[in-house]
Design a protein around this ligand. Structure first.
Ligand code: UDP
Length: 249
């Protein structure tokens, strides 16, 4: 039987929300089941998202992060934690993937995810809109072995793992592995509350794996871009004026 894919998408109300969610729903609909889409909104379920989800035909759960998110740097942290708590609570057995609503995903990516034993990572094409260029972020591999990271100079020395939020997926069993994910002794929500901008991914991954030897580069050789992350820097002021610029590039 095929492994369950648990796709976690934090989303929030803004001008492009329906555009992004519709596009992502179409992609997910083409992925062979079983797939469970955990869509997490803040404060309350929006009617628009609820009706969009009802009509997709995808197996989904529409979750809400009730925490009053006042920190503009939050960027979906609490929503992802709500989804993790849901997965833990219901002991959902599958491969967990954080799929932001605004990225574009190939179907190959979901096929590769199903091969993951414990923790898989791959390249992400970061599209820097204002400069009209693509920067690769993610593993340099020798077969499945992760031997280094593609990154950009600015962050090279600081982050332990140079992985984008959409550049990894993991077996949910890690969440109940007492040697790795230390819940409930460490509350990931509190832990991630203080995370510096751009450090969300590495801080999270450091709780899942000890080092590169516990990672699987996908596909072997890691030379394929299967997901693109769009950075709408120039336009972000127009798109979500109440959010601070998040330019980690
Ligand atoms: N997001 C959210 N609330 C926010 C900011 C972001 O739910 O206040 C979601 C957004 O819908 C997307 C993901 O978090 O699914 C990543 O957002 P974005 O691409 O804007 O952040 P970036 O990765 O570019 O910093």
């Amino acid at each position: 039987p095929r492994k369950l894919l648990i796709v976690v998408t934090p989303t929030y109300n803004r001008a492009f929300q329906a555009y992004y969610l519709t596009r992502l729903a179409h992609t997910l609909k083409l992925v062979p089941p079983p797939l469970l889409w955990l869509v997490v909104e803040t404060e309350a379920q929006s009617l628009e998202t609820a009706s969009l989800l009802r009509e997709t035909g995808i197996m989904y759960r529409h979750l809400v992060c009730e925490k009053n998110v006042t920190n503009i740097k939050d960027r979906g942290i609490h929503q992802r934690n709500v989804a993790l708590a849901h997965i833990e609570h219901h002991q959902l057995d599958g491969i967990v993937y954080f799929a932001d609503d605004d990225n574009v995903y190939t179907l190959d990516l979901f096929e590769e995810m199903r091969q993951i034993r414990r923790f898989g990572t791959w390249l992400v094409g970061m599209l820097v809109h204002s400069k009209s260029k693509t920067i690769l972020e993610g593993p340099v591999c020798d077969g499945e072995k992760v031997v280094g990271w593609h990154t950009n100079e600015k962050s090279k020395r600081l982050r332990r793992f140079h992985v984008d939020m959409s550049g990894f997926a993991f077996n949910s069993s890690i969440l109940w592995d007492p040697d790795r994910w230390h819940r409930p002794s460490v509350d990931p929500i509190r832990q991630l509350d203080t995370v510096k901008e751009g450090f969300q991914e590495t801080t999270f991954i450091e709780q899942l794996v000890a080092d590169e030897s516990q990672m699987e580069g996908r596909p072997p050789g890691c030379s394929k871009v299967m997901v693109w992350h769009l950075h709408l820097e120039a336009a972000s002021g127009l798109l979500n004026h109440h959010h601070e610029q998040t330019n980690n590039m």
